[in-house]
Design a protein around this ligand. Structure first.
Ligand code: EPZ
Length: 429
């Protein structure tokens, strides 16, 4: 396994380009199998989760061709099964989008239970509630989920008991070719949901209301292939904004949609950071000390839970006492706090609330990435720490961040990516 070696204490200056949105790509790529002709998808992030989705598409029989690192041509006409193999699909959470996509394509899906970041139980009851409302039967065993409908799916009214990004998108995928009207109420409103709806509508679907809490889907007979470009990644952009805010400096973050970053910008401004917005870019400037603030994670347009670890690092060096309330996921999303404490952070976690007393600085240590966004937070902590930080388990980070080390080095950070030295035990065993 590789590790990042980060020499902290350097401010960040320059420009960084944001890649396509991971959580949009992970739903749009499975949706390609709904089409009856090839799709060309552009601005795809070069990350391992996307590679896993591509492997699954190939295992289903689709013709997958990389035009370049960020552009794919996918021909779904050769898809020849409704069973998703266990090995690849169990690695990531987004493999469950193949349930909705296969139901939309052929009214049947057999898909492994999803994998993904381990921060507590990650149920899929709202997904199954939606499929059942559309007329499907579901059978579960310890590894697989089988969902099927005798004949075409039928439109239905579905009220989500929990605002769920995954359930909202999975039900959209299953409903686009169902008979009649489907209404999803209490739907999630994230930018990647709007991106999926736009992609489906370009293919000939009839989806309205995406981005609001009520989405209407009128079933159509067929969908055709299109060329589509994925939106910029809101969370990758927010992560670089947090990195500059942490180290201090002046960075132009390019290829973004400022509106998607509003809740992040507001919090950084509250902490004393200067944010200058352009049409497709944002400049982040931090010269004075950071000031405490309180954060509560919420479904979009609230402060994103996928920015929670990153903003917590900022608050560890902000003047005063701050509180972070994780209202979307269980308190397991604070697992990374123990790693920050080893770097000198003063944080107390009580259930879903972390109380943070700002300290002068953090000090370098060897820390582990407990999940994707926690790993990114460890990198930010390394950038601000005095001394050297070793970030281990970086494969989690590389699931969702394209070339994060190179992009940060381009801003003046001192980072090496090296194989983790074998321990003495490993050497003698
Ligand atoms: C998506 O996960 C993202 N992953 C997550 O980002 C993100 O944290 C999350 O949305 C919230 O924004 C992908 O898009 C691949 P949810 P998802 O369904 O869809 C509960 C990252 O770092 N729930 O919106 O799995 C659930 O337990 C990843 O990119 C149910 O109770 O999240 C949670 O408390 C990490 N029943 C809440 O809803 C269900 O059937 C939100 O989950 C589904 C969810």
């Amino acid at each position: 396994m590789n590790q990042y070696i980060i020499k902290g204490g350097k401010k960040l200056y320059g420009e960084v380009n944001i890649s396509g949105a991971k959580n949009a790509a992970l739903a749009i790529l499975p949706a390609v199998i709904l089409a009856d002709s090839p799709c060309r998808i552009e601005n795809i992030p070069d990350i391992s989760d996307v590679k896993t989705i591509m492997t699954i598409l190939s295992e289903l029989g689709a013709e997958v061709e990389y035009i370049d690192t960020h552009t794919l041509k996918i021909d779904p006409r050769t898809v020849n099964t409704d069973i998703v193999p266990y090995e690849s699909a169990s690695k990531i959470r987004a493999s469950y989008y193949f349930i909705g996509a296969l139901l939309g394509r052929c009214c049947k899906a057999v898909v492994p239970f999803p994998g993904g970041c381990n921060f507590g139980v990650r149920p899929i009851d709202q997904h199954l509630k939606g499929f059942s409302a559309l007329g499907c039967d579901t059978h579960l065993d310890e590894r697989m989920i089988a969902v099927s409908s005798d004949g075409a799916l039928k439109g239905a009214n579905i009220y989500l008991d929990v605002v769920s990004v995954g359930a909202t998108m999975n039900i959209m995928l299953a409903a686009v070719k169902a008979k009649g009207l489907t209404v999803i109420e209490n739907a999630a409103r994230e930018p990647h949901i709007v991106d999926l709806a736009n992609f489906l509508n370009m293919m000939g679907a009839d989806v309205s209301g995406a981005g609001t809490d009520t989405i209407k889907i009128r079933g159509v007979a067929s969908l055709h292939g299109v060329t589509y470009s994925i939106i910029p990644d809101q969370i990758e952009a927010g992560t670089y904004m947090a990195a500059v805010a942490a180290t201090g400096g002046n960075v132009l973050i390019k290829n973004i949609t400022p509106k998607h970053l509003e809740s992040i910008s507001v919090k950084l401004i509250e902490m004393g950071v200067t944010i200058e917005e352009g049409d497709d870019c944002v400049r982040v400037i931090r010269e004075d000390s950071l000031v405490k603030c309180n954060v509560k994670t919420m479904p979009h347009p609230g402060f994103p839970t996928d920015m929670q670890p990153q903003i917590t690092v900022l608050l560890t060096i902000a003047q005063g006492t701050s509180m972070v309330n994780e209202s979307v996921w269980e308190d397991n999303r604070f697992k990374y706090v123990d790693e920050l404490k080893r770097m000198g952070a003063n944080i107390t976690v009580n259930g879903k609330i972390a109380t943070i007393e700002g300290v002068e600085t953090l000090k370098g240590a060897t820390v582990s990435s407990t999940d994707l966004r926690a790993g990114a937070a460890m990198v930010i902590a390394g950038l601000v720490s005095q001394g050297t930080t070793y970030v281990e388990e970086i494969q989690y980070i590389e699931r969702g961040y394209e070339n994060i080390a190179e992009k940060l080095i381009g801003l003046g950070a001192e980072i090496d990516c090296v194989p983790k030295p074998r321990s003495l035990i490993e050497k003698i065993s």
